[in-house]
Ligand binder design. Structure first.
Ligand code: OGA
Ligand code: NI
Length: 378
């Protein structure tokens, strides 16, 4: 039988390249990027230097994202120091779902190199970048992800997304040949970030009172992917969104914000969008949907977004660490009891990922896939 031609049912219309737009028409914001009023970032959150100073002392401490010194966990330090940092980590996961890690062990030169090469990639002529196109409905290559219709608003961002592990998930045609050594550097960087993720899930497990291999043994050969986001400066940042609000479909996410980048990442905490000020050389970690499900909601995958900046371009490198697609997941029995009824059904992680990447980013909506709908009891 002749193969049935696959015609993409997705009509996404024309998608402007944002980097080109900001270069050639810096004062124009095409309508497709202008958000509905209810979806615009508010002025307060766009001026982070003022916005993060919350004047009421009672809640002030809520506005400093926790900092974890990884060397206290990984080096052979005193037991007291280890326990102290483990408690910090557990508290950060529970109360924030986001934290910064310092002394994380990822080589700083390597972080600098991949950052520099990523910048060089995005500065290449459009024709060069379009040799690696992210086709509608896919999430690898250069372009815009999560666009599924012609009337959908677009993010003020271009990205290069690549699967890293397992090897067979890679599409070698989409790995940039320029700048020279990009692929090799990305590979080396990803190996180090993977080690950090493996260690983090261990310490997170111990902090939850589980065996250290509890998550890793469940994940199988963990899936790893990278998304390098480039947010050009925007003359009207109050009208656009850099990256739509979402939670990550991973177990853990590791974000590196390039040196000299303006503040742009914001997390939704207690109903308020809080700008994230990153420390130099730190990595920002967040809990993804997988860990929310496994812990039955004890640790939450926090909604976040990125806003554009009026004067400066911004670059971030985001690694996603997730279970193997074959794995079946659901809340672990340790987190389910009479006071904590089971919130999620069991599902196959591959199906979850498929669901995630075939819907537009919309807050925490992707997790509805796994939610057990409870009816109000009288
Ligand atoms: C992401 C993400 C935020 C940023 O890529 O999932 O949340 O600051 N990025 O780039
Ligand atoms: Ni994210």
């Amino acid at each position: 039988m002749a193969p049935i031609p696959i015609i993409s049912p997705i009509n996404v219309g024309h998608i402007d390249d944002v980097i080109e737009l900001s270069k050639t028409k810096p004062d124009t914001i095409p309508q497709r990027f202008v958000r509905d009023i209810t979806e615009r970032p508010t002025i307060a959150t766009l001026t982070p230097n003022k916005a993060h100073i919350i004047t009421t002392p009672a809640n002030n401490h809520h506005h400093h994202m926790p900092i974890i010194d990884f060397s206290n966990l990984s080096k052979h330090n005193t037991h007291e120091l280890f326990l102290h940092e483990l408690l910090n980590l557990a508290t950060a996961c529970k109360n924030w779902g986001f934290f910064q890690v310092v002394n994380h062990g990822v080589d700083l030169n390597l972080m600098e190199s991949i950052e520099k090469m990523s910048n060089e990639f995005f500065m290449l002529p459009l024709e060069e970048k379009q040799k690696y196109p992210m086709l509608p409905g896919t999430i690898q290559g250069y372009g815009q992800a999560f666009v599924f219709s012609e009337d959908q608003k677009l993010d003020w961002c271009n990205m290069l997304a690549l699967a890293i592990e397992p090897q067979h998930a890679r599409n070698p045609n989409l790995w940039p040949k320029k700048p020279e050594k990009f692929s090799e550097t990305l590979e080396e960087y990803s190996r180090e970030v993977r080690k950090l993720c493996e260690n983090l899930v261990k310490y997170i497990a111990i902090g939850l009172g589980l065996k250290e291999e509890a998550f890793d043994s469940m994940f199988g050969e963990a899936v790893q992917a990278i998304r390098i986001n480039y947010y050009p400066a925007c003359s009207r940042p109050e009208l656009v969104m850099g990256l739509s609000p979402h939670s990550d479909g991973s177990a853990l996410t590791v974000l590196q914000q390039a040196k000299g980048s303006p503040v742009g990442l914001q997390i939704l905490k207690d109903g308020i969008w809080i700008p994230v000020h990153t420390l130099p050389n730190a990595l920002v970690i967040n809990i993804g949907d997988t860990i929310e499900v496994l812990t039955n909601g004890k640790y939450k995958s926090v909604e976040h977004r990125a806003v554009a900046n009026e004067n400066k371009d911004r670059l971030s490198l985001v690694t996603f660490y997730a279970p193997s697609y074959e794995v079946e997941l659901g809340p672990m029995p340790e987190f389910v009891d009479a006071n904590h009824p089971c919130k999620f059904r069991r599902y196959n992680h591959g199906e979850y990922s498929k669901h995630y990447i075939t819907h537009r980013l919309q807050g925490k909506k992707a997790l509805d896939f796994a939610k057990i709908q409870t009816r109000n009891a009288f």
